[in-house]
Design a protein around this ligand. Structure first.
Ligand code: KE4
Length: 425
């Protein structure tokens, strides 16, 4: 690990915490982060030559695994045509058409460069459309780092123990109302207490940023009817769940159709991308067709579009997505069996091609129950896996992901590592 260590020392002198995103620093699991040199299929290799089966997959985007031949070939051809035009290109039309085929509720959509940009822009247009300012979000859900969302967010902020990040004006936080995930009554109370002032309810329809927590029966349906009756908008943040919990996202899985949706990760195949979209009458407010301003130098850039097109092309082939879901179910079962054998309380919660192993003796249904997980044990589990050639996600409050490249060899390696890591706890 000496090269990683040396690089981390230098990175600490250049980057806050030595990383470009907090959760990568391994603070939630202990030890120093590995510096990754390359990835291929389900495997990554660190700068010291260590090889690992990767279940982070860059936090979800790499649903075809690392350096998929079709994605690399498409990028090789595209990059020769130029990296950015700052002008319309046929590629963004192609990708938008493909996305709308999988997400018909996105009658109009706009590409941006990250999930954060997508969610902050979607809230802006929701506020413009309704003429209201308040937004409801859920404890443990994360929607990127825009000020309005850093109020009891999940994911990195929760792991860092900063429920309200410094630097977020209290006036901004005041417009964000927070309810427990899966608690419809709490949302009803928020609407009762804030009549005609809530613009939107923003939700991860299957939570992933406190770990994988599916919606309780009737929860999303309840949010749908509550927002309808209150003339507020329902915004599904599907940056993670899009193409992960179902080929049509959580809205495809549940049949609950939001007014607005945000996407990211998979649709860029590992390149920087986000998108927001929804009902035509709402999205027509976005400049230049309407007055709601939002812009981006590299929005819809040819390389991200190319990687996204190649990814969705492969993913859309018959049986491909289902194969990843089957492998994920297989891994979930092997995790549960290993925990039973080791007499370690483990809640394995899965949705499609993503899953979380909670070190808890009870199912996790919201942030309060997620927080009761044994984080120290999770840290030992993560380090035990790493030492056995498996790179899990370095936080209890994250989802792990599989790809088309996770085959029997990778699952066997993972199972052996899990059994060894659990036994060593
Ligand atoms: P980005 O700005 O990181 O592209 O997307 C923000 C975002 C928005 N919505 C959801 C549901 C998300 O999961 C995310 C980002 N997810 C985290 C990990 N769960 C990204 C990893 C990181 O922060 O380094």
């Amino acid at each position: 690990m000496e090269r990683s260590r040396a690089l981390f020392d230098e990175a600490l002198s250049l980057l806050p915490g030595g990383v470009d995103s907090p959760v990568r620093a391994f603070k939630a699991v202990g030890g120093d982060p590995l510096f990754i040199a390359r990835g291929e299929g389900a495997w990554i290799e660190d700068v010291d030559g260590g090889r690992y089966v990767d279940f982070s997959l860059s936090w979800g985007p790499l649903i075809l695994g690392h350096a998929h031949l079709a994605v690399v070939a498409a990028l090789r051809e595209a990059v020769g045509n130029g990296t950015s035009f700052g002008a319309p290109s046929p590629l963004e039309v192609d990708l938008a058409r493909r996305i709308r085929r999988s997400f018909p509720s996105l009658e109009l959509l706009r590409f941006v460069n990250s999930g954060t940009e997508a969610t902050m822009s979607a809230v802006r247009v929701a506020r413009a459309f309704t003429g209201r300012t308040k937004v409801v979000k859920f404890e443990g859900c994360y929607h990127g780092h825009a000020d309005l969302f850093l109020v009891k967010a999940g994911s990195g902020v929760a792991t860092l123990g900063l429920p309200d990040s410094p630097g977020v004006p209290s006036s901004t936080a005041a417009d964000t109302l927070v309810a427990p995930f899966n608690d419809l009554r709490a949302v009803e109370r928020l609407f009762e207490a804030n009549p005609r002032s809530i613009a939107a309810v923003v939700v991860e329809p299957v939570a992933g940023n406190m770990g994988v927590v599916p919606p309780a029966k009737g929860f999303l349906e309840g949010l749908r009817s509550l927002t309808h009756s209150s003339c507020a908008l329902l915004l599904f943040d599907e940056v993670m769940t899009g193409f992960r919990v179902h080929p049509g996202g959580a809205q495809g899985l549940t049949g609950v159709v939001p007014d607005l949706t945000t996407l990211g990760k998979v649709i860029g195949g590992g390149l920087p991308v986000g998108a927001y979209g929804g009902r035509r009458e709402i999205m027509e407010l976005v400049a230049p067709s309407g007055p709601v301003y939002q812009a981006g130098t590299l929005s819809g850039n040819p390389l991200a579009m190319t990687a996204g097109i190649a990814t969705l092309e492969e993913l859309g082939k018959p049986g491909v997505w289902e194969g990843i879901a089957r492998a994920t179910a297989d891994l979930a079962e092997r995790l549960s069996a290993a925990a039973r054998a080791a007499r370690v309380p483990l809640q394995v919660q899965r949705a499609g091609t993503m899953l979380t192993a909670f070190f808890s003796d009870a199912p996790v249904t919201d942030w309060a129950s997620a927080k009761r997980s044994d984080r120290a044990r999770f840290g030992g589990f993560f380090r035990g896996l790493l030492g056995r050639g498996v790179y899990w996600v370095p936080s209890q409050f994250e989802a792990a992901f599989l790809s088309t490249a996770h085959g029997p060899r990778e699952l066997d390696r993972a199972e052996a590592a899990v059994r060894g890591a659990l036994a060593a706890l």
